[in-house]
Design a binder for this molecule. Structure first.
Ligand SMILES: [Zn+2]
Length: 291
């Protein structure tokens, strides 16, 4: 190709085959570098973007959660449906796709419909939707919250909906529970056992005080109070063993219930704080006021 040069030529060099090879090499290196950077970026974000290309399948799998609050006469039923991505492959993943709330109670339907539509839209956008849980759980009802079964404090209905979404995301593996260390587990188990022992001791002392001398002799042989209601050990057998059952149900990791006298633990928002050795101790998370 002929090029007309208008300016003064100040210097020149001839492009040799070696120069061409060098240039090609540099271009290749640049391409490799760019590719690596792109791969690293893709890995770092690791976001699953769902977009318009994902059409709603005819059938979705999901779960329905019953929500009974003291705020409403009727229960709410929360349904979260999931889409299964890459089904059958090793990258199979369940992601929430839509949420519905049903109830006989229509008073709050306006905002419930709005909330669920917006949540479904967020689910469908994909990516990290776990922020919804944090946002919802941080909503406080200015009229005050309530305790749900198990003694967990819910600051509002929206917060309880958030905790249902959290449970669901945990069930499908999107949120990982922060693992308690073995040491923490052991500590909590130890405190629960200590409290149970303390409580049964207290109960046996009470029953000893009300027992006849003959019965005292029997109990000194077997100091552990059993649920055996025969004999003169329990003058009012129906009262004492029943109360005990209600008082100490502190075993089992899931669905643990705590003594009715327990107060609110501010670390885990659960009514599981008892006084042990003059020190407030949480039977749920192991928190202790005395360290
Ligand atoms: Zn606690």
């Amino acid at each position: 190709m002929a090029v007309k040069i208008d300016k003064k030529i100040k210097g020149y060099s001839v492009v040799t085959p070696e120069d061409k090879a060098k240039q090609a090499e540099a271009a290749k290196a640049e391409a490799v570098r760019r590719e690596a950077a792109e791969a690293a970026e893709a890995q770092a974000s690791n976001v699953i973007q769902m977009h318009e290309r994902i059409e709603r399948p005819e059938t979705l799998i999901g779960s329905t959660y019953k929500l009974k609050t003291p705020l409403f006469e009727h229960a709410l039923y929360v349904t979260i449906n999931d889409i299964v991505l890459n089904a059958g492959s090793e990258h199979e993943q369940r992601r929430p796709f839509e949420i519905f709330i049903n109830s006989k109670n229509m008073d709050h339907f306006q905002w419930i419909v709005a909330l669920t539509r917006i949540m479904s839209a967020v689910f469908r956008k994909g990516g990290d939707v776990t922020f919804l849980v944090e946002e919802m759980k941080a909503v406080f009802d200015p009229r005050g919250g309530y305790f749900k079964a198990g003694g967990v404090y819910m600051p509002s209905l929206v917060a309880e909906l958030g905790s249902i979404v959290e449970d669901h995301l945990k069930a499908i593996g999107m949120i990982k529970d922060p693992e308690l260390s073995d040491a923490q587990r052991a500590l909590i188990a130890e405190k629960r056992a200590a409290y149970a022992a303390l409580d049964s001791k207290k109960n046996s002392e009470i029953s000893l005080a009300g027992a006849t001398p003959a019965a005292v002799a029997t109990t000194s042989e077997a100091p552990v109070v059993t649920d055996d209601r025969s004999g003169e050990l329990f003058p009012e057998p129906k009262v004492r063993p029943d109360r005990r059952e209600e008082d100490v149900e502190v075993t089992g990791d899931g669905g643990v219930s705590f003594p009715p006298s327990a107060t609110m633990c501010h670390k885990c928002n659960t009514k599981a704080l008892v006084i042990m050795d003059g020190c407030a101790t949480c039977l749920n998370c192991g928190y202790s006021k005395c360290g």
